[in-house]
Design a protein around this ligand. Sequence first.
Ligand SMILES: [Zn+2]
Length: 609
Amino acid sequence: MQRLFVGILLTLLPLLTLAQTRWQQHVNYVMDVSLDVETHRVAGTQRLTYTNHSPDTLHRVFYHLYFNAFQPYSMMDERNHHLPDPDGRVGKRIRGLDSTEIGFQRIHSLTQNGAALSYEVAGTILEVELVEAIKPGEEVLFEMTFTSQVPKQIRRSGRDNKEGIDYSMTQWYPKMCAYDLEGWHADPYIGREFYGEWGDFDVTITIDSAYVIGGTGYLQNPQEIGHGYEREGQEVTRPSDGKLRWHFLAPNVHDFAWAADPDYVHEQVPVPDGPMLHFIYQADSVRDNWKKLQGYTVRLFELVNKHYGKYPYDQFTVIQGGDGGMEYPMSTLVTGRRSMGSLLGTTVHEVMHAWYYGVLGFNEANYPWMDEGFASYVEDLMIDSLLEKGAKNPHQGAYARYFRIIEKGWEEPSNTHGDHYTRNYAYSVGTYSKGTVFLRQLGYIIGDKALQTSLRRFFQEWAFRHPEPRDFKRVAEKVSGLELDWYFDYFINTTKVIDYGIKEVKAKRKAITITLENTGTMPMPVDLELTFKDGSKEILHIPLRIMRGAKPQEHEINGFTVLPDWNWVNPIYTLTIFRPGKKLKTVTLDASERLADVNPDNNHVDVAK
Ligand SMILES: [Zn+2]
């Protein structure tokens, strides 16, 4: 009986777990492509096994054809003609591309389980009518032949970047659009964000043997390739036709990127306890900095593994390429000719995406603030740690940028879809800067310890599951025991601002009475630091009633008193405390400088000299 019961439980267990797991589609790509370095064209085949885990019957599917963006009058081209502050890398350059310089992806054939499909190309999206609808739980095979022309590099991918890297091969293959709880995400490519389904990629790239390749995925035939991939002491045996077939496997990733250049050097540096780091760059002009970068990157992986969750792959590759810094699964492309500070800063940022884009897989288009905010927040902390700066606020730059855009009146809510900001400037502040401020300030609300625990737990619980803002909110709520809906609503969904001030302090012999006022448009809990003449300090903490609780004491040396909570509808709050025998010196609102208070002038009062 007992055994039977256990048996039933064991059978039910996966179902119970499944019920709590958000469904997601699954893709397996097998691609065999060859890149002709004379014509800059990629010709290949793609076998895509697609599993519909949704409860919906699908009648159509969509693919991204990103290279089509690099054609005159494409949406990316138009967008950059009309934005008030177009990306300097794009500007009006697409309009000037000739037929040999544009990018394109041409589909020659497409079948579903062997039956030919009809499809239409709409800019960067391939719209496909299915022969037979895909029912819930069904798996189908799409087979495609295609030819692409690698565009002259304008943005991210392309040939001959400004540092002379021949091929930055990102967004380079027809890629199935994501389908989730919110339906299809067939966003046209205008230069921004990405979102893809998880799956296994099996990619074979044939190219002239002089070229060195680095990218997503583990190389399966290092003894045929050489170029620094071969096992030490073993001979490389290459085919004699002057071409190399690079075979990569990338398990459980949501994109596949690579870069190729004949002048690359390739070096490997292990992180103790993994992963193996690969550095691929043109040694001529950048060797010293790239050598120094290796030590820093090893240390970075150690720190992040320890504090934010273990990087789950055995390999990560830093590649000189692209047009700035851009994250891809198991790899990043960064431009290489930079000062040491800039090379380190960019690499640390992109490596952080290995956690927040690579493994969590946010929908970067809908929630760019999560992707860029989380990466930028941890980047600041890691730079501070790697360079042993010990800054009081390593995120000062992010706060300053956030305050500046408010002054200009150009802020847009951080939950704006990445493509739809009115200004690039507002996108950049709303995602990188305000996303960073969002996290540091969350530490102010729930306590820094709870924030760090939340970040770790979020990574553990949501790895490979495309979490959304509410999923992070729930983790932070469970860790802290506090209600946080209001914080996400105000700070992410609106441009309301915080401004608390000290209106009056009356320090009599027996009683200290302080009146605070909220002159902003967003409520927050308040930390008030009192400093006494004897040098002692204490924090008075006033929670918001809607938090249904208060953070614990954060600093053990100083006193910490939780006062009655502030009912946010009232702009005024008055408190009276008794500290007999103590003489009050100063009162400071938010002494830890974590509150994004737009007007700090009313945050400090000198009571006695
Ligand atoms: Zn980023």
